[in-house]
Design a binder for this molecule. Structure first.
Ligand code: AKG
Length: 315
């Protein structure tokens, strides 16, 4: 019954109505595109069909572009090479991006915030948006040199939108972030994942599929989940996961487990398929932190529930 009620778009519109400050910026973009939408309206990929940018180009990155980044010059040669292959592979690994001491301070901060109730777990094992509660985490995500580099990969300013902290593995099935944090134009999102301890096959590493970002952006229409004017589609999230698992088989994609060392950082493209392996040894933790960044002036929304993303600016 509750699931049926949750399919009425009007319930989200009411919620949005009371979040004007976090949504109003979209109206400028809607107007530019000739869409007759209010800040509280539902929005999905269907609204952008036929518009330029609904099928996004992958930016090309080369040494002359990356050389303008301060951070780039401090990286190991394999990290530099990884960045040079970003457009082709859809990911880049920056080894030892954070020092032991920086990671220890972050872990201490998370532990303290969990103990004193400043943050808590939601969606089973996720600590969402801790950047709004911790200056240290916010400053880590907003590090000037990191933002400069990410902005080069995106082709415009990268804006920190969200953080997720994990103590245990996510065990999340393979997905593209573009179904959860969709953008118009497509591709206006980056994920950054940082190992806050050494990761092995035992403690549920992140996995990803190189080059999978070149696949189409699979949206509601691809699994018959578009719904109607007033109702959301009736397919479960499992239907999306099954579709993605079939695409991986169909395209014979190679899976990489990211057995990262403490402080290593992975950047992934908006459409790179990734997820979390099973956390086999629950006596071990899998401390990690994810940041998601939107490209400036993108329209950001959740394709499945057709909700515009609330952009909250930290206090
Ligand atoms: O950390 C993980 O295991 C998965 C994280 C993830 O899929 C995401 O943040 O989009």
């Amino acid at each position: 019954m509750l699931n049926f009620i949750k399919r009425f778009k009007i319930s989200y519109a009411i919620y949005n109505f009371f979040h004007r400050k976090e949504l109003l910026h979209n109206e400028i973009q809607y107007k530019k595109l000739g869409l007759s939408k209010k800040y509280y309206s539902s929005i999905s990929s269907k609204d952008f069909e036929g518009l330029p940018g609904s099928n996004s180009e992958i930016p090309s990155i080369d040494d002359s572009i990356l050389s303008t980044s301060k951070l780039y010059h401090t990286l190991s040669s394999s990290s530099k090479e990884s960045l040079l292959n970003y457009s082709e592979n859809g990911f880049a690994v920056l080894e030892k991006y954070l020092s032991e001491e920086q990671v220890d301070s972050i872990n201490q901060e998370i532990e303290t915030m969990l103990k004193n109730g400043t943050v808590k777990f939601t969606n089973v094992n996720k600590i969402m948006f801790a950047i709004h509660k911790s200056t240290l985490l916010r400053e880590t995500g907003n590090n000037k040199d990191l933002i400069e580099l990410l902005s080069l990969l995106m082709g415009d300013e990268a804006i920190l939108f969200q953080s997720i902290n994990f103590i245990m593995g996510s065990e999340q099935d393979t997905h593209s972030d573009s179904i959860h944090m969709t953008t118009y134009p497509l591709g206006g999102l980056l994920g950054v994942w940082i190992a806050l301890e050494d990761i092995t096959l035992e403690n549920g590493p992140l996995h990803y599929y190189p080059k999978s970002h070149k696949l189409p952006y699979y949206m509601n229409k691809d699994y018959d989940n578009e719904g109607t004017t007033f109702m959301l589609g009736d397919k479960s999230y499992t239907a999306y996961e099954t579709m993605m698992s079939n695409k991986i088989k169909e395209h014979q994609l190679e899976k990489i487990n990211f057995c990262a060392k403490k402080g290593d950082l992975l950047i992934w493209h908006a459409n790179l398929l990734h997820g979390g392996n099973e956390h086999l040894n629950k006596n071990k933790t899998r401390k990690s932190m994810v940041f998601h960044y939107f490209k400036k002036d993108s329209i950001c929304y959740h394709e499945i529930t057709q909700r515009p993303a609330l952009i909250k600016y930290s206090e």
